[in-house]
Design a binder for this molecule. Structure first.
Ligand code: BDR
Ligand code: CA
Length: 313
């Protein structure tokens, strides 16, 4: 079993990734760290707590982190248009118990990596800011992390927030560039592969009709995201399972095939967040191809098992 820290900016596909991770017996979630991105860090924390409450896993500790990028005073990026005003498709989940902030997310990452040397898998599906802060505070952790799976970037394909940039890297380009070149053992799950893994509208209809409350709530949440995708990418045939694919790769790395590359993220304004890779034996592993159908089936079986008795109840 892998010991995992999941770093999120919860968001609708982050919520799906949380559910998928919780329902994956291969993963033991030590904690969830939050940061700005799709929404503010405070909203990401609230949304994460709401999702955990819905899934009856409020025992998983949550640590709030970065509210602004690694090297900038503020971010221009928010994705309310994609994820709704509340970040969860405006479905109005019950409010969680008041959150008492403990450690900063970056300190939680450092403490867990040092407590469990060479055992921790970090899955980051928002900005790379919390991880960048952790490495800057304690560079020794780069040699003590088992693996890092990052949803971010678009190395061989166009961006989704600008023609050049993917949203997570755009929101904190300096943080992303720092992490990718820090020496951490990284697998990059970018738009190169995530845009090929789609959730289809028929699935939402199945979730609505299955009699499980949480499945209906997830269907309502995802319909906002689906509507956005249909407006933005007519003809694509669904909405992208970006963040769930990063969890899937942590569970089963063979869902994707990778190439070793040195990847840099542009920090100049005209190309902000653009990721460009050069093949090299020393590089990080960049996802290039994905077994999309095998992954989708795996994801759907765990989010909503065919038996209807399992994970969402
Ligand atoms: C990424 O950006 C966010 O909107 C999603 O949650 C995902 O992490 C996709 O570009
Ligand atoms: Ca995300």
């Amino acid at each position: 079993m892998k010991s995992v820290i999941l770093d999120v900016d919860t968001g609708i596909d982050d919520a799906l990734a949380i559910a998928y991770a919780i329902h994956s017996p291969e993963l033991r979630i030590l904690g969830i760290t939050t940061g700005f991105g799709n929404v503010s860090a405070e909203e990401a924390t609230r949304n994460t707590l709401q999702v955990l409450q819905l899934l009856e896993r409020s025992d998983i500790p949550v640590f709030q982190g970065a509210e602004r990028p690694f090297r900038r005073e503020s971010t221009r990026h928010r994705a309310y248009e994609v994820h709704g005003e509340d970040g969860l498709g405006n479905i109005k989940l019950p409010l969680p118990e008041p959150f008492s902030p403990g450690q900063h997310a970056s300190d939680f990452i450092i403490s867990m990596v040092k407590k469990h040397p060479n055992e921790i898998t970090l899955i980051t599906v928002g900005t790379q800011t919390n991880l960048a802060l952790a490495v800057e505070k304690d560079p020794s952790i780069t040699g003590l992390v088992n693996e890092v799976v990052i949803m971010g970037g678009a190395v061989t394909v166009p961006g989704n927030v600008t023609p050049a940039a993917e949203a997570n890297f755009y929101a904190d380009a300096e943080g992303a560039d720092f992490v990718l070149n820090s020496g951490l053992p990284i697998t990059l799950v970018g738009l190169d592969v995530t845009m090929k893994t789609l959730l289809q509208r028929e699935t939402l209809t199945e979730w609505r009709g299955c009699g499980l409350k949480a499945a209906e709530i997830f269907a309502d949440m995802c319909s906002f995201y689906m509507d956005f995708y249909e407006r933005k990418n007519p003809g694509l045939g669904g909405c992208a399972l970006h963040d769930p694919l990063a969890v899937g790769v942590a569970v089963d790395p063979t869902f994707i095939s990778t190439k070793p590359m040195n990847v840099r993220v542009a920090t100049e304004q005209e190309k902000l967040g653009q990721s460009r890779g050069v093949e090299t034996d020393q590089g990080i592993s960049v996802g290039i191809e994905v077994e999309a159908e095998r992954f989708r089936t795996h994801f759907l079986n765990r989010i909503l098992p065919a038996s209807r008795k399992g994970s969402l109840h």
